[in-house]
Design a protein around this ligand. Structure first.
Ligand SMILES: Cc1cc2nc3c(=O)[nH]c(=O)nc-3n(C[C@H](O)[C@H](O)[C@H](O)COP(=O)(O)O)c2cc1C
Length: 396
C-alpha cells in the first residue's frame, strides 16, 4: 500500500486486498481527511439564534409537563377574603366588567401574559392564544422577541398574533439584558411593528439570567435603556418581572425613568428558578433559589401604596393568579389589570382553543360573581371593595 498526499487530501493506492490492510486504509483515509481537508469542520449549530430558539421551546415544554410552581411560598392572595355583602342592592345582570386598557375596551381587566414565540411550535400556540383573546376581548402579551432580532426565520410566530387578533391590545416583549445593550430604539420599533403592538414590555429577569447556563446577567445600563425607550417609543412601555416581583424601590426608579405601566409579576406562581433547576440534571444552585421573590399580594399592595406618594401608574398584577377570584382580589388591592401566563398555556394545551375559552369564561364568571357578592356594579366599585385577612379563620 502506498499513500500520496496532495492539496486536495490523500489518495491511497491500495494493492493488498486483505481485511487488515482494508481497515488500515480506511483509518488512514479518515485521519488524513481530518488533518488536511480545507473544508470547514461541521459543528452542531449553536448560533445565538439557535440557542434562543431551543430555550424558548424548552420553557414551554417544561412548564407544561413539570411542576414548576413555587414550593414553600404562595402569592398571599389566598390569605385575603372579601367581606361578604349580603345586601348588594344590584342585579347580577347589571354588573359591568368592562375596562379600558391601552385605549381599547376589554370585556374583563385580564391579560394573557407574555410567553412565547421564536421557534416553529410557537406559531400555533401564539395563533390560538391570539384567536381566543380576540374572541373574549382580553389583552395578550407575546413572549420575548429577542429571537426575532437575531434572525427572521421565525418572525411569523410573532406576526401571526396580529393576524388572529386584529382589534385587541397586543404587547410586544424584550428582555432587560438586550435593553442594556441598545444604543437607540430602532430594534424595538421593528419588533413592535411586527405585531403592531399597542405597548411594549421589558422583562426584568435577573434571577433567570443568573441561573441560566447560557444566561446574560449583565444588567448595568438597563434603567438607562428603559428611559431611552420611554422617550423614543410612540407607544407606552410596560416593565414587568417574570415571577420574582418588583419592590417599591425598583418601581420608584422605574417611575422616575418615565415608565407608567408596571406589572409586579410576583412570586407564588411559576418559579423560573424551578424551571432552570428542571432544565438540567444538577438542580443544586437553581434549586436553592426555587422560592426566591416577593409574593404577588405583597408586591402589589406595596406598589399600590406608592400612589399615596402622588405617584401615578397603571398597575398589572401577575404571578400565580389562579382564578377569577384571585383577579378580583388584585383589583381590590390596587391593580388595574390582572395577568396570567402558565395557567392559560396549560388550559390551551389541555383543551385547545375551546378549552382556553371555557377556562377564561370560568374566570369571568367568578370575577362577576365576586363583584355581585361585594356589591360592585363596576370595576371602579370593586377597587374599593374591602379585603380582610381573618387571623381566626380556623376557629369555630
Ligand atoms: C412558557 C412561558 C414562557 C414565558 N416567557 C416569557 C417571556 O418571553 N417574556 C416575559 O416577559 N415573560 C415570560 N414568561 C413569564 C410570564 O409572563 C409571567 O410573568 C410569569 O410566568 C408569572 O406568571 P404565572 O405565574 O401566571 O405563570 C413566560 C412564562 C411562561 C409560562
Amino acid at each position: 500500500m502506498s499513500i500520496k498526499v496532495g492539496k486536495q487530501g490523500a489518495i491511497i493506492k491500495a494493492t493488498c486486498p486483505c481485511a487488515h490492510c482494508l481497515i488500515l486504509r480506511v483509518q488512514i483515509a479518515i485521519f488524513l481527511r481530518n488533518s488536511f481537508s480545507t473544508s470547514p469542520v461541521r459543528m452542531p449549530r449553536r448560533s445565538p439564534a439557535h440557542r434562543t430558539t431551543s430555550r424558548k421551546k424548552q420553557h414551554v415544554e417544561i412548564t407544561l409537563t413539570k411542576d414548576v410552581r413555587f414550593r414553600g411560598k404562595t402569592t398571599g392572595l389566598e390569605r385575603l377574603e372579601f367581606v361578604h355583602n349580603a345586601l348588594p342592592e344590584l342585579n347580577f345582570d347589571e354588573i359591568d366588567t368592562r375596562t379600558l386598557f391601552l385605549g381599547k375596551e376589554l370585556s374583563l381587566p385580564l391579560m394573557v401574559s407574555c410567553m412565547t414565540g421564536g421557534y416553529a411550535g410557537a406559531l400555533n400556540i401564539n395563533r390560538d392564544l391570539a384567536a381566543v383573546c380576540e374572541s373574549v376581548r382580553i389583552c395578550l402579551g407575546i413572549g420575548s422577541q429577542r429571537q426575532a432580532l437575531e434572525e427572521s426565520r421565525y418572525h411569523r410566530t410573532f406576526s401571526v398574533v396580529r393576524e388572529a387578533a386584529p382589534t385587541i391590545p397586543i404587547v410586544g416583549n424584550i428582555g432587560a439584558a438586550e435593553v442594556a445593550r441598545m444604543k437607540d430604539a430602532s430594534a424595538v420599533l421593528r419588533l413592535a411593528g411586527l405585531v403592531r403592538a399597542d405597548a411594549f414590555a421589558v422583562h426584568l429577569n435577573p434571577l433567570q439570567e443568573f441561573l441560566q447556563p447560557e444566561g446574560n446577567p449583565a444588567f448595568r445600563g438597563v434603567l438607562e435603556g428603559i428611559g431611552m425607550l420611554v422617550r423614543s417609543l410612540p407607544i407606552p412601555l410596560i416593565v414587568k418581572e417574570i415571577g420574582a416581583g418588583l419592590s417599591p424601590d425598583v418601581i420608584r426608579r422605574l417611575l422616575d425613568a418615565g415608565v407608567r405601566i408596571i406589572d409586579v409579576a410576583g412570586a407564588g406562581g411559576t418559579s423560573w428558578a424551578g424551571v432552570e433547576a428542571l432544565r438540567r440534571t444538577d438542580t443544586g444552585l437553581a434549586g436553592r433559589f426555587w422560592d426566591w421573590g416577593i409574593p404577588t399580594a405583597r408586591a402589589l399592595a406595596d406598589a399600590a401604596s406608592l400612589r399615596s406618594e402622588g405617584r401615578q401608574m397603571t398597575l398589572i398584577a401577575s404571578g400565580g393568579i389562579s382564578s377569577g377570584l384571585d383577579a378580583a382580589k388584585c383589583i381590590a388591592l390596587g391593580a388595574d389589570m390582572a395577568a396570567s401566563a402558565r395557567p392559560m398555556l396549560a388550559a390551551l394545551h389541555r383543551g385547545g382553543k375551546k378549552g382556553l375559552r371555557v377556562h377564561i369564561e370560568e374566570w369571568s364568571k367568578e370575577f362577576r360573581g365576586t363583584m355581585f357578592l361585594t356589591g360592585s356594579a363596576r370595576i371602579t366599585d370593586l377597587r374599593s371593595a374591602k379585603l380582610v385577612s381573618y387571623p381566626d379563620r380556623d376557629t369555630r
